[in-house]
Design a protein around this ligand. Structure first.
Ligand code: SF4
Ligand code: SF4
Length: 74
């Protein structure tokens, strides 16, 4: 069973790519159901307004470059 990261009260989660770690394999693009990942200069970039935080991209990254962070709700 997948482990799902849940936000604390008053927070939401953000999924993002650490560009320094990304090797540009594009595996994450293939699993994203919302086409919210694009390649820029051979690095994956997640478009926050299109991402629904499903977390499917995280386990497919071979170098663990996709991260989760908590951010305050606006
Ligand atoms: S968390 Fe889901 S929607 Fe967001 S970029 Fe990853 S696969 Fe796409
Ligand atoms: S799966 Fe990981 S290494 Fe491959 S493009 Fe996506 S973020 Fe970069």
């Amino acid at each position: 069973m997948d482990v799902v990261f849940l936000p604390l009260k008053g927070m939401h989660i953000m999924i993002f790519v650490n560009k320094a770690e990304c090797v540009g394999c594009e595996e994450c693009l293939h699993v994203c159901p919302r086409q919210s990942i694009v390649m820029e200069h051979e690095k994956a970039v997640i478009i926050p307004r299109m991402c629904d935080e499903c977390e499917r991209c995280i386990p497919v990254c071979p170098v663990k470059a996709i991260k989760i962070a908590s951010a305050p709700l606006k």
